[in-house]
Design a binder for this molecule. Structure first.
Ligand SMILES: Nc1ncnc2c1ncn2[C@@H]1O[C@H](COP(=O)(O)OP(=O)(O)OP(=O)(O)O)[C@@H](O)[C@H]1O
Length: 264
């Protein structure tokens, strides 16, 4: 593998609260190569969001090291962009001003970067919508605004935490294609957390199956070239796709027997 863009070494994480301590992740080793699209799947509570939060620098791991771009993660960084299940658009701001929020927070809103906002709104099929307000847009359009908001800040890596899960199937599939195509074109590295095994198989270069009790890596499944190269909607129709899905499904439901709450 090339020098990894993201790396977790010997990572364990313990949450401590008034009810005591619980081990959420244990001894995680994971290297993610430049331009790679990796999905994390696993049963509820296996630590997917915790792992993403560590990469995002929301808190440090209890043990081990987390690096992004070769540097130890010390907190949230502009090099890391997010796309979440909720779009978090401000209802009182226009679409254009919503898409500019990341730039404003970074103190980078100016004529040139606003041209980038307009560029990305156009690229993501939102041309002519910049003056509208979030309540006037569909869920899929709002998620495209959220993606534009992320891309204009030019992050090196993107963390995607179930960004499609609240959408209708048709819109979800369209957005999967758009996100995968856009990130591949830009050569961005991405980590997707999803409950949908088919989504993980269709979008990724590699799928990491986590198990719980405590959270650990059970299996890594590399996705074969033809599926990786195809847009997710086409990948889902390929003959080889079913066997990848079956492999993930079996891993999810067998092994330590602690999966089984999967709906994908
Ligand atoms: N702030 C917290 N304090 C204490 N325990 C926590 C906290 N956040 C998560 N946990 C626990 O850590 C474990 C991993 O949680 P996490 O949210 O990372 O799992 P997940 O795989 O993302 O779950 P889901 O698929 O349901 O979103 C769970 O047992 C959860 O209850």
């Amino acid at each position: 593998m090339n020098e990894p863009v993201m790396s977790l070494k010997d990572v364990s994480h313990v949450y401590v609260n008034d009810k005591g301590a619980s081990l959420a992740l244990e001894n995680i080793h994971l290297d993610i190569a430049p331009g790679e699209f990796v999905s994390l799947v696993g049963p509820s509570g296996c630590g997917k969001t915790t792992l993403l939060s560590l990469l995002a620098g929301l808190f440090p791991p209890t043990l081990g090291s987390v690096t992004v771009g070769g540097r130890s993660v010390q907190g949230p960084s502009p090099a890391v962009g997010y796309m979440l299940q909720q779009d978090f658009l401000f209802p009182w701001r226009t679409i254009r001003d919503n898409a500019a929020i990341g730039l404003e927070i970074a103190g980078r809103r100016n004529e040139k970067t606003m041209a980038a906002v307009d560029h990305w709104l156009g690229e993501l099929g939102l041309e002519g919508n910049g003056g509208r307000y979030p309540h006037e847009l569909s869920g899929g359009m709002r998620q495209r605004v959220a993606l534009a908001r992320t891309l204009v800040t030019e992050p090196d890596v993107l963390l995607l935490d179930e960004p499609f899960s609240a959408l209708d199937l048709h819109i979800k599939l369209q957005l999967e294609d758009l996100v995968q195509h856009t990130l591949a074109r830009l050569g961005k590295t991405a980590v997707l957390v999803t409950h949908d095994l088919a989504e993980a198989a269709a979008m990724s270069d590699r799928v990491i199956v986590l198990g719980k009790g405590p959270g650990h890596i059970r299996r890594e499944v590399s996705i074969a070239e033809p599926i990786r190269q195809a847009p997710p909607t086409e990948a889902r129709r390929m003959a080889q796709f079913q066997s990848v899905f079956d492999q993930l499904w079996a891993e999810f439901n067998d092994g330590d027997g602690k999966g089984g709450d999967q709906h994908g």
